[in-house]
Structure formats: C-alpha cells, structure tokens
Design a protein around this ligand. Structure first.
Ligand code: GRF
Length: 202
C-alpha cells in the first residue's frame, strides 16, 4: 500500500514509520511526507531517503485553502492512506469524509481518556498508574474514531510530563509502524472488504 504522512514538528513518528517501511516485507511504502510547517525537521529526514516532500504553510490561508493544497499533493502522490504523525492542524470535515477510513492518527493517551492537549500532565494529575498511546481512525470528531491499537507506559512516582513524554515517544515508535502494517494488510481480508461493500450498499 502507498501511504502519505503529514507532520508539523520533529517527525520522530514519521521517521519510525519510514524506516520500518524500508525493512524487507513491509506492506506499505511512504510516497509523500508533507507539512504545514516549513521548519519541520522531519522533512529533511524524508528527503535524505529520497522520499517526496511537500510544504504548504497554513499562515495567511483559510483552512479550506490550506487543506485543498495539502489534498492536491496527497492525490498527486498516489497515496491510498493518509497517516497523521504530529500534524497539528485539524482537517476539515469534508476532507475527512472524502478519505473516510483511510486517515489514521496517533494520540499520546490511552483513548478514550484525555482527548486533546496536555495528555501527560492530565494523566499524572489524575494519579493514573499508566499513560500510553493510541492509534485510531480519524473521524470529524477530534480523537474519537475507532481505536486500532494501544501501548501502555507505566507512570513512575517521580514522573514529570517531560519524562513521561520521552518514554511514551519510544512506545509510539514501536506501536505506529505495526498498527499501520496491520491496518493496510486488513484491506486484503475478505471479511473486511465484505463489511465495507455492505456498508456502501446500505
Ligand atoms: C506524538 O506524541 C503524537 O502522539 C502526537 O504528536 C506527537 C508527534 O511527535 N500526535 P513527533 O513529531 O512524531 O516526534
């Protein structure tokens, strides 16, 4: 399968996905890395591996205009799936509907807990024994789509949001490539295809 990855920042999850895709037997290839932030350091990592990159700053553009530019690059790349990896823009409802079931995201909490921002501080403040990360299908409602896979990370007694974030990142880098590989492979599962066809027929 061909996947595109949207990033806004350091792109460490993008790098994990990219290098996993370079291992023999990967069921997905990265065909595009795109960003709304010209300074996203992940763009250079992708370019170094010969992956096509695209940048379109959101500054000075409406959401619709910015989304349209990103979607044009996405379509030109031939990607079948869109993977969000620290992409800090909310996609318009229309965009998400056009790509229904084909946009995935990783969120640094054990969803449905702690949607939105500051997930580490909120988990520590609540006295939770574990934080973690979730890979989910993107729907118009923020961080609310079907959860595909999760990883748990123990919260230590002396934890700070930064120390916890470091370990959750390590865990995310293991989780995301595997979840994407599983998800794109599921497309070839006859039961899954049958469910999709039936859903479309209703
Ligand atoms: C990750 O923690 C992810 O869960 C969240 O944004 C962060 C992206 O980090 N959605 P990076 O740019 O992949 O390093």
């Amino acid at each position: 399968a061909k996947v595109a990855i949207f990033i806004s920042g350091s792109g460490t999850n993008m790098a994990a996905l990219l290098y996993a895709s370079l291992i023999d037997g990967s069921p997905y290839d990265v065909v595009l890395v795109a960003s709304n932030n010209p300074d996203a350091s992940g763009l250079e990592i992708a370019a170094a591996e010969g992956i096509e990159t695209f940048v379109h700053s959101h500054k000075g553009h409406s959401r619709d205009v910015h989304d349209a530019a990103m979607e044009k690059a996405l379509l030109a790349s031939g990607a079948q799936y869109l993977i969000l990896a620290g992409y800090m823009r909310i996609l318009s409802d229309e965009f998400v509907r056009r790509w229904e079931s084909r946009i995935l995201n990783i969120h640094p909490s054990l969803l449905p807990k702690y949607k939105g921002l500051d997930t580490y501080a909120r988990a520590i403040a609540a006295g939770d024994s574990h934080a973690g990360a979730s890979v989910h299908v993107v729907t118009p409602e923020l961080d609310a789509g079907e959860v595909l896979a999760q990883v748990r990370v123990a919260i230590r007694a002396d934890e700070t949001p930064d120390s916890l974030a470091d370990r959750v990142k390590f865990a995310e880098h293991q989780l995301y490539p595997r979840a994407i590989a599983d998800y794109v492979s599921r497309g070839y599962n006859p039961d899954y295809l049958y469910d999709r066809i039936r859903a479309l027929a209703l």
